[in-house]
Design a binder for this molecule. Structure first.
Ligand SMILES: CC(C)(COP(=O)(O)OP(=O)(O)OC[C@H]1O[C@@H](n2cnc3c(N)ncnc32)[C@H](O)[C@@H]1OP(=O)(O)O)[C@@H](O)C(=O)NCCC(=O)NCCS
Length: 324
């Protein structure tokens, strides 16, 4: 465990140097407390006896039962010696035994004109015959440069468009009254967000699974801030957004899911919930300086909202898919 953690930390410091250090509590919980509905396999590779890399396979059990996702990491000190390829081949054997037909893994890369990024991940995936199925861009919001007057004006415009809806805030676990709606919205994400050529089915999410995900996030020590938009006529949640911080970070957060139910689009609920949640997160996290978010490069609506808020592109991430 300690060796795998060190490898992950060293690789991430090279791959994404502007992130907080690799979180040890999260890593321990990845092993000890996997997400519900997912079977996980870990493989550690040794080179002449020294731990040099690892592989983590996730095999969904409740949906996507022919798919798997992979994280494959080699210690920067031991690269280009075949460790990655050996792990990959071992992983393929495990996936074939489990009857999986496709595997997906992400690799970071530089954007034209953006900060340099190690090209190894893309080169490796291409060398293995994987297909670049979905391109995503990471954008960062510098919260120290926010213009409160401009945000207030955006929020005021959104509130007019969102007549008939009210926002609700919560932290950590979702209140019982909204958990079924959160399950519905979370389950829609793979169907609603652009997924390029990825062959990934809509996920089967119910309230038990949401509670299980919350326990897994608690085990990782992840702090979560949520805002929902309630449709006043029905009392149902029409939109939901979440921001999270790792246990070992006070200055950096991730903008996670934002989703508006298709029946309630066009009322600026995405913008409204995001602005409200930004205020909530900043109120509880006074050291917060940077919020990162990933969007599919083709997700023009979400990107437009993010750019209005001040998010700016930093680097790219490609989801590579391999048919086994
Ligand atoms: C990608 C990664 C796993 C490769 O590990 P590795 O042990 O160096 O890989 P291998 O030595 O087995 O390389 C296999 C092939 O990938 C390609 N490759 C790997 N790194 C490369 C690089 N920096 N530039 C060009 N090609 C590269 C080559 O074709 C190589 O074969 P070759 O050495 O015979 O030319 C490693 O760089 C890493 O951990 N990166 C960060 C995490 C990541 O991006 N993971 C992959 C996405 S799931």
């Amino acid at each position: 465990m300690a060796a795998a953690y060190r490898i992950g930390a060293a690789a991430e410091a090279v791959n994404l140097p502007d992130l907080p250090p690799y979180c040890p509590r999260r890593f321990q919980a990845l092993v000890g407390h996997p997400m519900p509905g997912v079977e996980v396999r870990w493989v550690l590779a040794r080179l002449d006896g020294t731990p040099a890399g690892w592989l983590r396979l996730e095999l969904p059990q409740l949906d996507n039962t022919e798919n798997a996702s992979v994280e494959l990491v080699v210690d920067p000190a031991y690269r280009r010696r075949g460790v990655g390829r050996a792990l990959h081949e071992h992983g393929l054997r495990l996936l074939r035994e489990a009857g999986r037909k496709r595997v997906v893994g992400a690799a970071v890369s530089a954007l034209p004109g953006g900060p340099a990024r190690d090209p190894a991940g893309d080169a490796f995936a291409a060398a293995l015959g994987a297909h670049p199925a979905l391109a995503a861009v990471r954008r960062r919001l510098d919260t120290t440069a926010l213009d409160p007057a401009a945000l207030d004006a955006l929020a005021a415009g959104a509130r007019i468009a969102a007549a008939g809806y009210r926002t609700v805030r919560w932290r950590q676990a979702t209140p019982e009254e909204y958990v079924a709606d959160v399950a519905y919205l979370e389950g829609r994400l793979m169907a609603d967000a652009p997924t390029g050529d990825l062959e990934w089915e809509q996920e089967n999410v119910d309230t038990d699974r949401i509670r299980g995900i919350e326990r897994a996030l608690d085990a990782r020590g992840i702090r979560r801030y949520h805002v929902g938009a309630v449709h006043q006529a029905t009392g149902r949640l029409a939109a939901w957004t979440m921001v999270s911080l790792a246990a070992n970070s006070t200055w950096h957060a991730w903008q996670q899911i934002t989703i508006v139910d298709p029946e309630h689009r066009g009322h600026r609920l995405g913008l409204l919930t995001k602005i409200d949640n930004l205020e909530q997160a900043l109120a509880y996290e006074p050291d917060l300086r940077a919020i990162d978010t990933y969007n599919a490069a083709e997700n023009v609506h979400m990107i437009r909202i993010n750019e209005q808020l001040g998010f700016r592109a930093s680097d790219a991430s490609v989801e590579w898919q391999l048919t086994i």
